[in-house]
Design a protein around this ligand. Structure first.
Ligand SMILES: Cc1cc2nc3c(=O)[nH]c(=O)nc-3n(C[C@H](O)[C@H](O)[C@H](O)COP(=O)(O)O)c2cc1C
Length: 197
């Protein structure tokens, strides 16, 4: 049986797209607002993601900081550990999946998978535009459904914080340390098989 060894490394070991290399989930945001055209470009990138039978089950509810009440409402559904830094982000998005196929109302088992693809496309476009994206599973899903009137046909999956990078020295010490720690990944021999298990 082939064994997958769990090894870790901080190196990018083969040449890859620059945006993949550059992307990271920082927690330091500047106050600078995001240009409306760039916000459109983020959702455009998500729009062109692949999806099962081209269902495109993603739905995004967003607020910029100048929509103070709606922005704060998104902040309020986050877990305290995320509120500390994410409230600074000038753009917050509640990313949802439509759970049923539009053709026949049958459950779409790929809905969250496809939302993940769209979020990845959005994240890489954001990187190209000089923006930092930080996805958060740490939020109160039930509260989000109530606060934003999300129908039961939809599921809120992640909240996404987006903005220009800020000063990491302005972060609390523990978060600052996390920013400075080299990112680690499992090496390919931990997850790539070229024969049966
Ligand atoms: C679905 C999902 C949920 C996440 N939830 C949180 C979260 O609640 N809080 C947080 O600080 N980071 C969260 N993250 C960010 C991850 O911790 C981060 O992507 C991971 O550590 C890898 O770091 P990198 O994105 O900088 O490469 C989440 C990421 C994803 C994709």
């Amino acid at each position: 049986m082939e064994t997958l060894e769990m090894q870790k490394s901080t190196e990018i070991e083969y040449p890859i797209l620059e945006v993949i290399e550059q992307r990271r989930s920082s927690r330091a945001y500047s106050d600078k607002a995001i240009e409306p055209e760039k916000i459109k470009a983020l959702f455009e990138a998500a729009r062109w993601a692949p999806s099962s039978v081209n269902e495109q089950p993603w739905v995004y509810l967003y607020a910029t900081k100048d929509q103070a009440a709606l922005h704060q409402k998104i902040v309020n559904v986050l877990m305290p550990g995320n509120i500390i830094w994410a409230h600074q982000a000038p753009l917050l998005i509640v990313a949802m999946a439509r759970k049923y196929f539009s053709q026949n109302d049958k459950p779409n088992g790929a809905a969250k998978y496809d939302l993940g693809s769209a979020n990845a496309f959005l994240s890489l476009e954001a990187t190209r535009l000089g923006l930092n994206v930080h996805q958060m599973g740490g939020f109160d899903k039930e509260k989000a459904h109530v606060e934003f009137n999300i129908p039961s046909t939809h599921e809120a999956v992640v909240v996404i914080a987006i903005g220009y990078l800020g000063d990491i020295n302005a972060l609390p010490e523990d978060l600052r340390a996390r920013e400075l720690t080299p990112r680690q990944r499992n090496t390919q021999n931990s997850f790539v098989l070229n024969k049966e298990f």
